[in-house]
Design a protein around this ligand. Structure first.
Ligand code: ZN
Ligand code: FE
Ligand code: FE
Ligand code: ZN
Length: 270
């Protein structure tokens, strides 16, 4: 099968991944991918999530590593970031994103309230109040879309990773307004295949959400969310089958933050 691009990859600057961008690009070439996006966790200037990202001072290293990796033959390399959405992030993020020639910005919500003094409500995994987690999470995703700062929403139903079960009713009430905001903003979502390697053993997002996204005309990309180079392009045949099941016939390609649709790779009959 012809392979689609991998639009979600990390490297060791974020402190919880291995390798440098060139390792991921070489892995993508070896797997026959036509394109890869380098999307490490975006720095912040206010201390938000500092344990899980490069520092602002390290950003020039990331930029240089990405430039070097883009010299590797046989593949197109996109310069990107996975940037957290949180209330107030716009103050730093909006001018920062304008200062650099990014191709793609993933928008993700990893923390509900990083600033809370009540540490139990700090992360998606730390809070056990499941209805609160989903309601707050999807409200943040909606605000993320309305901010106009991002191109693609990362791992749309991430709280399920931490044991938060979601009902169809909760999804209907909370995920649909977020999807409407994403459609309104002309953004895409990803099938993030890392969910198949987590204990939930399900893609982000699930098939019902992908169907709703397709009904709303929301574009789709694929991302491995590789934190080690061996996961580049992981699970993509399964992701393509899932995309088709949800009704998708195209994936979005990004270049200097502008999307175009390209047909889904054709499955070879064996
Ligand atoms: Zn990460
Ligand atoms: Fe993420
Ligand atoms: Fe990621
Ligand atoms: Zn991620």
């Amino acid at each position: 099968m012809q392979r689609p691009p991998d639009y979600h990859t990390h490297n060791r600057l974020c402190k919880h991944a291995e390798g440098v961008p060139a390792d991921y690009v070489r892995a993508a070439v070896a797997r026959g991918l036509p394109e890869i996006a380098l999307t490490d966790h975006c720095p912040t200037n206010d201390g938000f999530g500092i344990d899980h990202r490069m520092s602002l001072e390290e950003f020039p290293i990331y930029r240089d590593w990405c430039r070097e990796a883009a010299q590797i033959d046989g593949i197109k390399v996109l310069f990107g970031l996975e940037a957290d959405y949180y209330p107030g992030c716009e103050r730093f993020l909006a001018p920062f994103l304008d200062q650099h020639p990014f191709d793609i910005i993933l928008g993700s919500v990893h923390f509900l309230d990083y600033w809370a003094t009540d540490r139990t409500r700090r992360s998606l995994s730390g809070c056990r109040d499941t209805p609160y987690v989903w309601a707050t999470y999807f409200a943040r995703i909606r605000a993320l879309a309305e901010s106009g700062l991002y191109d693609v929403v990362g791992h749309f139903d991430l709280p399920k990773r931490y044991g938060h079960e979601v009902t169809r009713e909760m999804l209907g009430e909370q995920a649909l307004p977020a999807l409407d905001a994403i459609a309104e903003a002309g953004m895409s979502i990803e099938i993030n295949t890392s969910g198949w390697t987590h204990s939930i053993n399900e893609s982000y997002p699930s098939l019902p959400i992908l169907r709703w996204a397709h009904e709303r005309g929301i574009g789709l990309v694929l991302g491995s969310d590789a934190h080690s180079a061996d996961r580049v392009g992981d699970g993509f045949e399964r992701a393509i089958a899932l995309a088709r099941e949800a009704g998708y016939t195209h994936l979005m390609r990004y270049d200097r933050r502008s999307p175009t649709a390209a047909p889904l790779p054709i499955e070879e009959k064996t």
